[in-house]
Design a binder for this molecule. Structure first.
Ligand code: 13P
Ligand code: ZN
Length: 267
């Protein structure tokens, strides 16, 4: 029986993930199987679903995630295309439960779909956020073309350089992404090293660029998490279009950005 049966809140969350997967494809950020999404759905489940038997054996995690013992996640499958996650989410996602000691996970629904190759990374981030007492239940990774292109220029990789530039393109970005963007130097996809470097920045940022690879964002809700990346991409588009018209955009001044910070009570 599907884990979705009769669970309206879970149904809505799966619908939101499908909606966002569609946007990632429409934006051109999800070539082939590019990108992955995980959502902590533990609070949406009743006792019967939380304890449902596993569909397959346990899979060890390279690094334990003790704060996630017993927690249940909805995750996109590895090698699955976002356009199909969008049209048929439960065909291309897995529901996994972390073992009580945090050393392994098992698939509990809806079918045996191998989770994303970035699962270790996602779970280490969820573990970190949970230990910090944060309510972030979503980790979203995608490949936004414009933002990735910017990471190919070393001048944007200094601390807060890219974030401040993108803030200055349009007031919305200062408001929607108030903590700016962190940058993780290039590291191999799917590795604990990439996760460790990302986690170091999660106390300061909700959106992090992986140099020459993609974007990683955390949030309380998958739609809001997508919106942060989308707004940053809008700023990148304004910057790029100004450069294509042959000028360096003047950008909002520090005083104007500060005025927005005060008016919207931002950090
Ligand atoms: P998966 O298909 O394993 O999720 O990998 C996609 C990706 O973007 C890796 O960084
Ligand atoms: Zn990727």
């Amino acid at each position: 029986m599907s884990i979705l049966n009769g669970n309206e809140r879970l149904g809505r969350t799966v619908g939101d993930v499908a909606e966002v997967a569609g946007y990632l494809w429409q934006r051109g950020w999800a070539e082939r199987n590019g990108g992955n999404i995980s959502v902590n759905i533990t609070d949406l489940l009743g006792e019967r679903d939380l304890t449902r038997p596993a569909l397959a054996g346990q899979v060890a995690l390279g690094r334990p995630v003790p704060a996630l013992g017993g927690q249940v996640f909805l995750v996109t499958g590895t090698n699955r295309r976002m356009r199909y996650v969008s049209s048929d989410p439960m065909e291309h996602m897995a529901v996994i439960r972390v073992m009580p000691d945090g050393g392994a996970y098992e698939i509990i629904a809806d079918r045996i779909v191998k989770p994303t190759s970035e699962l270790a990374s996602h779970l280490l981030m969820h573990d970190h956020l949970r230990r910090q007492g944060k309510h972030n239940t979503v980790v979203l990774h995608t490949h936004p073309t414009d933002l990735i292109a910017m990471t190919h220029n070393p001048k944007f990789l200094g601390r807060d350089v890219m974030g401040t530039l993108l803030w200055s393109m349009i007031p919305e970005t200062r408001i929607v992404v108030p903590r700016g963007i962190g940058i993780v130097p290039y590291a191999l996809t799917g590795t604990v090293r990439l996760a460790d470097e990302t986690i170091k920045l999660l106390d300061d940022y909700d959106v992090i660029m992986w140099e020459k690879h993609g974007c990683l964002a955390v949030g309380e809700d998958v739609i809001e998490t997508f919106d942060m990346i989308d707004t940053l991409s809008k700023s990148a588009q304004i910057y790029i279009q100004a450069r294509m018209m042959g000028f360096e955009p003047s950008g909002l001044t520090d005083a104007q950005l500060d005025e927005i910070r005060v008016a919207f009570q931002l950090p």
